[in-house]
Write a protein that binds this ligand. Structure first.
Ligand SMILES: Nc1ncnc2c1ncn2[C@@H]1O[C@H](COP(=O)(O)OP(=O)(O)O)[C@@H](O)[C@H]1O
Ligand SMILES: [Mg+2]
Length: 232
């Protein structure tokens, strides 16, 4: 049987050189996430949440420590290998949607499928199904500019789930949405997550959203503040 642990980060530190010398953003923290778990990372602005999420997802590398994601030691892969690995197994939703503005909703969702080798016809068919699932079946030819913020985030959700990721990371996915729209996007995120059994790691300021997760960890000054009593 495969390991029950999807993510194992041990003793990770992140330091950067800012104009004022060394800055420690993450200060030797450890975190495990179980397969299928839904974890919320909360904390005040500047506490290191986005930095931690980017490390866990392999978007960036730690200054110290190890991160195993789905059994792969990310710190041993170079940037190209990490990016190819990520494309097949990990999804990411950003606060600012990050859609390609010149492409239609359909083409945005097709892109990760084509990048991982799907034929255009099958990519198009799957992207259309996903956009239908997020309620945008009638808008697949619209570009991001022709869509509201909530609609753009729904396209981003469809894109993130396109390659059936085993782990989905979301960084304040409702941070740029009004509360009603945000709730709709979150309902969709959890529905897609339930269907696929995806492990979900999300950063949020929203207590209601955090409360829907299985576990909450609180970051403060680059460390985990809460006793992590429900850790796997
Ligand atoms: N590349 C960087 N260079 C300098 N400072 C950074 C860099 N990335 C993040 N920081 C700083 O590290 C702290 C944590 O950032 P971040 O992880 O974005 O926090 P959060 O997402 O919790 O608001 C902030 O003070 C931010 O300004
Ligand atoms: Mg952030």
């Amino acid at each position: 049987m495969s390991s029950p642990i999807a993510i194992n980060a041990s003793n990770i530190a992140k330091r950067v050189n800012s104009g004022h010398g060394h800055l420690t953003i993450l200060d030797h923290l450890s975190l495990q996430v179980a397969h299928g778990e839904r974890l919320a990372i909360v904390g005040t602005s500047g506490s290191g949440k986005s930095t931690l999420l980017a490390l866990l997802a392999g978007l960036d590398v730690p200054s110290e420590g190890q991160i195993q994601l789905l059994g792969t030691e990310l710190t041993e892969l170079d940037e190209d290998a990490r990016s190819a690995w990520r494309a097949r197994r990990v999804g990411f939703v950003f606060q600012s949607f990050q859609l390609l503005s010149s492409l239609s909703a359909l083409a945005n969702v097709m892109l990760p499928l084509e990048l991982t080798g799907a034929a255009p016809d099958s990519a198009r068919a799957r992207a259309a199904v996903l956009l239908e699932q997020v309620g945008l079946g009638a808008r697949i030819q619209h570009t991001p500019r022709q869509l509201s913020g909530g609609e753009q985030q729904r396209v981003a959700l469809a894109r993130a789930f396109a390659c059936e990721p085993e782990v989905l990371f979301a960084d304040e996915p409702t941070g740029n949405l009004d509360s009603d729209t945000g709730r709709h996007v979150i309902d969709l995120l959890f529905a897609l997550n339930n269907n696929a059994g995806t492990t979900l790691v999300l950063v949020t300021h929203d207590d209601k959203l955090a409360a829907r997760c299985d576990r909450i960890v609180q970051l403060a000054d680059g460390r985990i503040e809460t006793a992590d009593e429900n850790a796997p």
